[in-house]
Design a protein around this ligand. Structure first.
Ligand code: NI
Length: 180
C-alpha cells in the first residue's frame, strides 16, 4: 500500500521543510516511497512533506511523463505573470485559478548532491513553482482569496471525516442519500 498523501490543512504542509544535508543512497527509500504515492495518485509532482516527511526534496514531472528529483530548490528568477488552473494531491478535487509565472529559473541539487540550474517555462515551470512552494510550507490555496480558502477548508474537513468513517467501517453519509 502506498503511503497516504497528507490532506490540507495539516501542519506538516504549512511548515517549511528542513534542508537535505545527506545525499546519496540514503535518500533512495524516501524517493521511492514518494514515487509510489505519486504514481498511485496519478500526479505530476510530489513533495516529501505530502507524505509527512519534512525534508526539502520533491519529484517534478516533465511533459514527456518522466520525473526528476529536486532537493533544496531555490527560485532564482520569475517572469511573465499568469493565472493558471491548479490543483494539488493534498487538496483533492479542487481546481482554482492561481497566480504564477510562465517562466522561471531554479537552482536545485539532485539525489547525489550535484548542483543544477534550470530555465523552464510552461507546465514544467508551473510544477516547479508548485513543488518549491510545498517545500517552503505553502500550498496553492494560500494564493487564493480568504473566502475560497475557507470554502475549501470546509470541504477538506468533510472529506477527512468521511475518510475516517470509512476507515472505521461506519456508514458514510452523503448529500444525495435519500433513504432514512
Ligand atoms: Ni501539491
Amino acid at each position: 500500500m502506498p503511503t497516504p498523501i497528507v490532506i490540507w490543512p495539516d501542519k506538516v504542509l504549512s511548515t517549511r521543510t528542513r534542508p537535505v544535508t545527506e545525499f546519496g543512497p540514503t535518500l533512495d527509500p524516501l524517493l521511492e516511497e514518494m514515487m509510489e504515492s505519486l504514481r498511485a495518485a496519478e500526479g505530476i509532482g510530489i513533495a516529501a512533506n505530502q507524505i509527512g516527511v519534512s525534508l526539502a526534496i520533491a519529484w517534478v514531472g516533465r511533459e514527456d511523463g518522466t520525473f526528476f528529483e529536486i532537493a533544496n530548490p531555490v527560485l532564482l528568477e520569475t517572469s511573465e505573470p499568469v493565472s493558471l488552473e491548479e490543483g494539488c494531491l493534498s487538496v483533492p478535487h479542487e481546481w482554482e485559478q492561481t497566480p504564477r509565472f510562465s517562466k522561471v529559473r531554479v537552482r536545485y541539487q539532485d539525489r547525489t548532491g550535484a548542483q543544477h540550474e534550470l530555465a523552464a517555462e510552461g507546465r514544467l515551470a508551473h510544477v516547479l513553482q508548485h513543488e518549491i512552494d510545498h517545500l517552503q510550507g505553502t500550498t496553492f490555496v494560500d494564493h487564493l482569496s480568504q473566502l475560497k480558502r475557507a470554502l475549501i477548508r470546509k470541504r477538506m474537513q468533510k472529506l477527512q471525516r468521511e475518510r475516517a468513517e470509512e476507515k472505521a467501517g461506519g456508514h458514510v453519509h452523503t448529500d444525495d442519500c435519500d433513504h432514512d
